[in-house]
Design a protein around this ligand. Structure first.
Ligand code: GDP
Ligand code: IMO
Ligand code: MG
Length: 427
């Protein structure tokens, strides 16, 4: 079986932590989309580590970690990530596999990302500037480079052809690439060389062979469902399929192989970058959430926008992903609040009340309708089972489960691996 783990909001829900917590139950952990726009934070044994492209099962021994075909991989960032892992003495040559069909981010993809954002001005997406959009663009245009291409004697020719097309676009945008490109290219080709010491494979075989052998695979989502290219807040989205279905195309597995779909959400909401955010708090409460939750991007360091939990969006993404279990993160961040709000419906400008997402959240100009809960106002450090949690938190959980129609299997009460409460037992 393949279980899929997804962020249900705008990313940064805590996916890295939960993959690390669940990984010992799996033999394979695989990333299926996105690339170095992701920043997945793990904390354990006093270490704090952020992964961008390498799957979050990497710190657990004897797990095969696969960078799947749906990923866009930047060799330069990959090399830095590997260097950053040196101190942990992991068996990377044995446990890390890269799909030959994964797309390669080349330096001009990053420059194009910057040029496009600059051209958009105030309407910019607020991308991570990691070249994600332009790389997926080239993949779909059938002119991109793939990891397997680095093994070909023609790799430099293929690279040159692609760069030539990029340069015409950069020239059109009057974007200065001459001053930075030579240095970036030097780094790029060194990183491409470096990457070849790892196992470059047709990973669809690895994943399916594992399934045939009865092994369990965990597909690690990046970003979140509200950033999905089809169902997210378009155009303020990323360029990949962040949904459960993306795991099938991003790894080469059949839909019938999907078992559980774990949906991860924060007990509130955050968003980095531009785009609609109905429950955003631009006031002191939002500031307190940001400070308490340390809501600054793991990839870009940007402050994250904060707001209350939004049930219409959660119900929507639960529907399109077929979520089977929920995991609520960062519950401890709400410890400080006297009152906790949850948006249950939207009111449209004509007075209509709805829990459906309008086609365009920005133009629809919705006003959230909130239900209020009494805060629990206590640290959760000493709670280890659902039965013990403070009554106010239990009421909050009961309400969410009733509304969402799915069990909340875990609640996370701190960044560390150990700070987790499992429904059935102490983990
Ligand atoms: P991801 O991209 O979904 O993996 O999430 P990020 O790593 O970008 O952001 C989540 C942040 O919250 C990281 O700094 C985590 O260490 C932290 N975190 C995860 N779970 C919890 C939690 O339950 N409580 C608190 N306070 N922090 C958490
Ligand atoms: P993880 O996996 C939060 C956001 C960017 C921007 C939009 C498009 O850590 O949850 P892109 O660089 O993908 O073209 O940017 O998507 N974004 C993320 N926000 N977490 C992420 O990943 C994100 N990856 C992209 O901020 O708004
Ligand atoms: Mg993140």
């Amino acid at each position: 079986m393949v279980d899929v783990l997804l962020g249900l909001q705008w990313g940064d829900e805590g996916k890295g932590k939960i993959v690390d917590v669940l990984a010992p139950q799996y033999q394979v952990v695989a990333r299926f989309q996105g690339g170095p726009n992701a920043g997945h934070t793990l904390e354990f044994d006093g270490y704090k580590h952020v992964l961008h492209q390498i799957p979050s099962g990497i710190f657990r021994s004897d797990i095969k970690n696969i960078i799947g075909n749906g990923v866009v991989l930047d060799p330069i960032i990959f090399k830095k990530e590997i260097d950053g892992l040196a101190k942990y003495n992991l068996n990377l040559n044995q446990n890390l596999f890269i799909s030959k069909k994964a797309s390669i981010i080349i330096p001009t993809h990053r420059l194009l990302d910057a040029a496009y954002e600059q051209a958009k001005g105030a309407a910019k997406i607020g991308s991570t500037l990691r070249g994600i959009g332009p790389t997926y663009q080239d993949k779909v245009a059938r002119q991109g480079l793939r990891v397997g291409d680095v093994l070909s004697v023609n790799f430099r020719d293929k690279y040159a052809t692609l760069v030539a097309t990029h340069k015409t676009v950069l020239d059109h945008h009057q974007f200065d690439y001459q001053s930075v490109l030579p240095q970036l290219e030097e780094e790029f080709f060194a990183a491409v060389e470096f990457m070849q010491q790892f196992q470059l494979v047709d990973s669809e075989y690895d994943v399916n062979d594992a399934l045939t052998a009865g092994q369990k695979v965990l597909a690690e989502g990046a970003q979140g469902s509200l950033l999905d290219i089809d169902f997210g807040s378009y155009p303020f989205v990323t360029s990949s399929s962040t949904m459960a279905a993306g795991a099938c195309t991003g790894l080469g597995i059949a839909p019938r192989q999907i078992g559980d779909v774990f949906g991860i959400f924060k007990a509130y909401c955050t968003r980095v970058g531009s785009g609609p955010f109905p429950t955003e708090l631009s006031d002191e409460t939002g500031e307190r959430m940001r400070a308490e939750g340390r809501e600054f991007g793991a990839t870009t360091g940007r402050p994250r926008r904060c707001g209350w939990l939004d049930l219409p969006t959660l119900k929507y993404v639960i529907m399109i992903n077929g979520v089977t279990q929920l995991i609520m993160m960062k519950v401890d961040v709400l410890n400080i609040f006297d009152t906790i709000k949850v948006c249950t419906h939207y009111q449209l400008p004509d007075g209509t009340v709805t829990e459906q997402l309008p086609y365009d959240l920005i133009d629809a100009n919705v006003t959230p309708i909130y239900k209020e809960f009494k805060g629990w106002k206590t640290t959760l450090e000493n709670y280890h089972t659902f039965d013990e949690v403070p009554g106010e938190l239990a009421a909050y959980i009961d309400f969410l489960e009733a509304e969402l129609g799915i069990p909340i299997s875990f609640i996370s009460t701190g960044p560390d691996r150990q700070a987790i409460i499992h429904r059935e037992a102490v983990v």
